[in-house]
Design a protein around this ligand. Structure first.
Ligand code: BGC
Length: 424
């Protein structure tokens, strides 16, 4: 229960934040992903994902989805240079926390070679957050790897884990005394699936053995990273940001639907957390989806409402997923990502409002919920979909000097946070 001196549902130290990832915003990153973009931009533009053509907004997105430039991260949104004014925006939005990624390929461009200029860049970055009273949540790895690490097989080889450990140690030695929270790995389930099972992301493998190996190795990488970081700063709170879905049976009394639901909940949501449970101080969850499963693991979701990417939207599904995680792990929970691709800013306010209600319900029932990080602070590079999906609280005009404009839903969110924090 809330032991704060005010009576608010959200404690006064609740982390209201936004999230980003280095490769998606910084610009001019040189890693396995940026290389892949250059090699694949024309193919992706020539053969956009067939699912896109079925979207209601296909006519609007067509001109982007068929343009190779859409698939190149390039200058990003130049967050690398504009981070200070972006942090001012965080303040304007009444957010008190920020989750960001460190770009491994900048820090260690060649194996064992540490780039001091880039290390200092992230020092300045964290210091500027602290100066503004914004709590930094540092994310060590969000899918991009240096080219040298990719060339030797990345996370497919157990013997390569030592390189991730060295990188983690470096990050710990440099920054661990400035921060309270660290996330080691973002969405291991999504990375392993898209890169090694469905083959949609680099290195485009479709191999169940490699998928299992990478998933397994990432859990080992986390456990080792946890021990390394705790040795450096025992007070650090360490976890992962896994992708969880509110998985439901399409027909709740159908035995096959129930079985596939059970399996998917275990495999997709819980397996990784379970593997690392001795080595996590909080459960970090990225929530975007409620999915309805029939037998044979087929997903059949309602057709509306959907966001710009065609994803079915059920923001209130955050509540059951929080409760299930709480019942299972009994550890503090942080919503490390949550948001919606919505260029017109039609759904975002509703989405956030429903998410807040879902969190209020969970907290009222005793869940130790520590924070909510909206995805994303800025419009950013949406991996293999490129630039057209817009997740930002803040819109970025890449054609016009990367101009930032706070979306109406974000202004509303800022007011909402202020009111939620009022002493009653
Ligand atoms: C990822 C982000 C991504 C977002 C929206 C999450 O899966 O961590 O990098 O942009 O979802 O797709």
């Amino acid at each position: 229960m809330n032991k704060d001196k005010n009576n608010n549902i959200f404690r006064s130290d609740f982390m209201w934040g936004a999230s980003t990832a280095s490769h998606q915003v910084e610009g001019r990153t040189i890693n396995q992903w940026s290389l892949w973009e250059l090699e694949n931009a024309h193919r992706l533009a020539k053969h956009p994902d067939p699912k896109l053509k079925k979207l209601k907004n296909w006519n609007e997105i067509k001109k982007y989805a068929e343009n190779p430039n859409n698939y190149v991260s390039g200058e990003g949104v130049d967050h690398y240079h504009k981070f200070k004014s972006d942090f001012d925006l965080i303040k304007d939005l009444n957010l008190n926390s920020f989750r960001f990624g460190i770009e491994w390929s900048r820090i260690e461009p060649n194996q064992g070679e540490w780039n001091q200029v880039e290390i200092d860049h992230y020092h300045e970055y964290i210091d500027e957050l602290l100066k503004r009273g914004i709590k930094p949540i540092l994310n060590i790895w969000h899918w991009t790897i240096p080219i040298w690490f990719s060339d030797i097989g990345g996370f497919t080889k157990s013997k390569n884990l030592k390189y991730f450990e060295e990188f983690t140690r470096k990050i710990g030695q440099e920054y661990a005394n400035k921060i309270d929270y660290i996330i080691t790995i973002n969405e291991p389930n999504v990375y392993a699936s898209c890169s090694y099972l469905t083959g949609t992301w680099p290195p485009q493998k479709k191999n169940i053995y490699l998928f299992a190996k990478v998933f397994w190795n990432l859990s080992r990488a986390h456990n080792k990273a946890y021990k390394i970081l705790k040795e450096i700063n025992p007070k650090l709170q360490i976890g992962v940001a896994n992708q969880v879905a509110n998985i439901q049976a399409k027909r709740p009394h159908d035995i096959f639907d129930e079985l596939s639901t059970k399996w998917m909940r275990y495999f997709w949501n819980w397996w990784f957390y379970q593997r690392i449970n001795k080595y996590q101080d909080f459960v970090g969850m990225n929530y975007y989806f409620t999915d309805y499963y029939t037998g044979r693991i087929r997903k059949i979701n309602p057709e509306v409402p959907t966001n710009d990417l065609g994803w079915y939207m059920e923001p209130e599904g955050l509540y059951p997923i929080i409760l299930r995680a709480w019942t299972r792990f009994k550890k503090p929970i942080i919503i490390t990502e949550n948001g919606v691709a919505d260029a017109g800013d039609i759904y975002r306010k509703w989405w956030i409002e429903e998410s807040i209600i879902a969190m209020e319900r969970a907290i009222s029932e005793g869940v130790d919920l520590k924070g909510y990080f909206h995805w994303s602070l800025l419009d950013n590079f949406e991996w293999s979909s490129g630039w057209w999906p817009k997740f930002g609280l803040v819109e970025v005009d890449r054609e016009n000097k990367m101009k930032r404009k706070v979306r109406p839903s974000a202004k509303w969110f800022a007011e909402r946070i202020k009111n939620l924090n009022k002493i009653i």
